[in-house]
Write a protein that binds this ligand. Structure first.
Ligand code: BDR
Ligand code: CA
Length: 309
C-alpha cells in the first residue's frame, strides 16, 4: 500500500490523476488532496478537486494551499484549461467544502504523524511542498519519495521552462535541493502519452460516468493543445505520476542531476537535466525518459473500467 498526498491544481490532467489514485484503492491510500494556485486560482482548483471527488463518491479530504508562488506573482494557464481550470465537462457544485486546515499544515502534520512513510505526489507548482519543507524540515525523514510532474529538457511555457516549474522556480529549487528521493516526470515523457483521437475513442467505449467525464476532459484539453501548440491531442502529463507508482517498470528512468534555473532572463524555471553527466554533480533525481505506451494506455483503460457498476 502506498500512502500518498496528491498536491495539485486541477486541471484536466490533475483530475485524471485523482481518478486513477481513487480507482486503485487496493494500491493507494490517499491521505488527502492539497491544492495550490497554478492552472487557475487556488479557489477554483480547490472547487474542481471537490467536484471530481463528488463524482467519484469519495470522501477524501481536500485542503486549500498557497494562492501564489514563494517570490513572484502567480501566472495562470486559462489558455489551456479554460476559465474554470477544468472547462469542458459540467459537474454539479459539490455538497462539501474543503477542510479548515491549511494544506501546508496538513502536509506537515500528516507526514509527521504517519506510522508509514508518505509519498508526496505534486502535479502543480511546488509552492505547498516547499513551504512545508521550509516550515518543518524534519518531515523529510518520513517522506518516502516525491513523485512529481514538472520540467523536462524542453519547455512549454517558455522555450526553456515547463509550466509547473516556471510558475514557482524558487519552490522547485527548495524541493530539488532537499535530498529527498525524487522521481520526475517532465515533458520528455509526458509528450509520449498524448490522448490522440483513437485514445479518446477507446475511453468513449467504456460505459460508466467517470469514463464519460474523462472523455469530455480529453476532448477539451486535446482541442486547446491543438490550438495552442499544434499537437494532435492533450498529453496527460500528471497521470504519469500515479501510473508510475502503479507500475514503475513501465517507465525508463535515468539517475541524473537536475538544477533549477532561477536567475536566467530567458531560462527562468528551466530544469537543467545533466543527462550526459557533464557537471560531475551528484545525481538528485530519477528522471523519466521513456514509457511503454501500449502498457500505459491498456492500464489506463483497465483503471477506468473499474468504475463499471
Ligand atoms: C503541467 O501544467 C499544467 O497545465 C498541467 O496540469 C500539468 O501539471 C504541464 O506542463
Ligand atoms: Ca497540474
Amino acid at each position: 500500500m502506498k500512502h500518498i498526498i496528491l498536491d495539485c491544481d486541477p486541471g484536466h490532467d490533475d483530475a485524471i490523476n485523482i481518478i486513477i489514485a481513487t480507482a486503485k484503492s487496493d494500491i493507494f491510500n490517499v491521505l488527502g488532496i492539497t491544492t495550490v494556485g497554478g492552472n487557475v486560482e487556488v479557489e477554483k482548483n480547490t472547487l474542481n478537486a471537490l467536484k471530481v471527488l463528488e463524482l467519484l463518491n469519495s470522501d477524501i479530504p481536500v485542503y486549500k494551499g498557497q494562492s501564489r508562488p514563494l517570490v513572484k506573482e502567480i501566472e495562470i494557464a486559462t489558455e489551456i484549461h479554460g476559465d474554470s481550470g477544468m472547462d469542458g465537462p459540467i459537474l454539479p457544485d459539490p455538497n462539501r467544502k474543503e477542510e479548515v486546515l491549511h494544506a501546508v499544515d496538513f502536509i506537515i502534520e500528516t507526514v509527521k504523524n504517519s506510522k508509514e512513510k508518505v509519498t508526496l505526489v505534486p502535479t502543480g507548482p511546488l509552492t505547498n511542498i516547499a513551504m512545508a519543507l521550509i516550515k518543518d524540515p524534519s518531515i523529510k525523514n518520513n517522506i518516502e519519495e516525491i513523485v512529481l510532474m514538472g520540467g523536462g529538457t524542453f519547455g512549454n511555457w517558455t522555450p526553456a521552462a515547463e509550466f509547473n516549474i516556471f510558475v514557482d522556480a524558487e519552490a522547485a529549487e527548495v524541493v530539488f535541493t532537499s535530498g529527498i528521493p525524487l522521481a520526475v516526470f517532465g515533458l520528455d515523457v509526458t509528450h509520449q502519452v498524448i490522448a490522440t483521437d483513437d485514445i479518446v475513442d477507446r475511453v468513449g467505449e467504456i460505459d460508466n460516468e467517470v469514463a464519460e467525464f474523462v472523455k469530455e476532459l480529453l476532448i477539451f484539453f486535446g482541442q486547446t493543445y491543438k490550438d495552442f501548440f499544434g499537437i494532435n491531442g492533450g498529453p496527460i502529463h500528471d497521470a504519469c505520476t500515479c501510473m508510475y507508482l502503479l507500475n514503475p517498470d513501465m517507465f525508463t528512468m535515468e539517475e541524473v542531476n537536475i538544477t533549477i534555473e532561477t536567475k536566467g532572463e530567458a531560462t527562468y524555471g528551466m530544469t537543467v537535466v545533466d543527462l550526459l553527466k557533464t557537471t560531475g554533480k551528484k545525481e538528485n533525481t530519477k528522471f523519466a525518459t521513456g514509457v511503454d505506451q501500449e502498457r500505459f494506455w491498456d492500464t489506463f483503460m483497465d483503471t477506468l473500467t473499474l468504475f463499471n457498476k
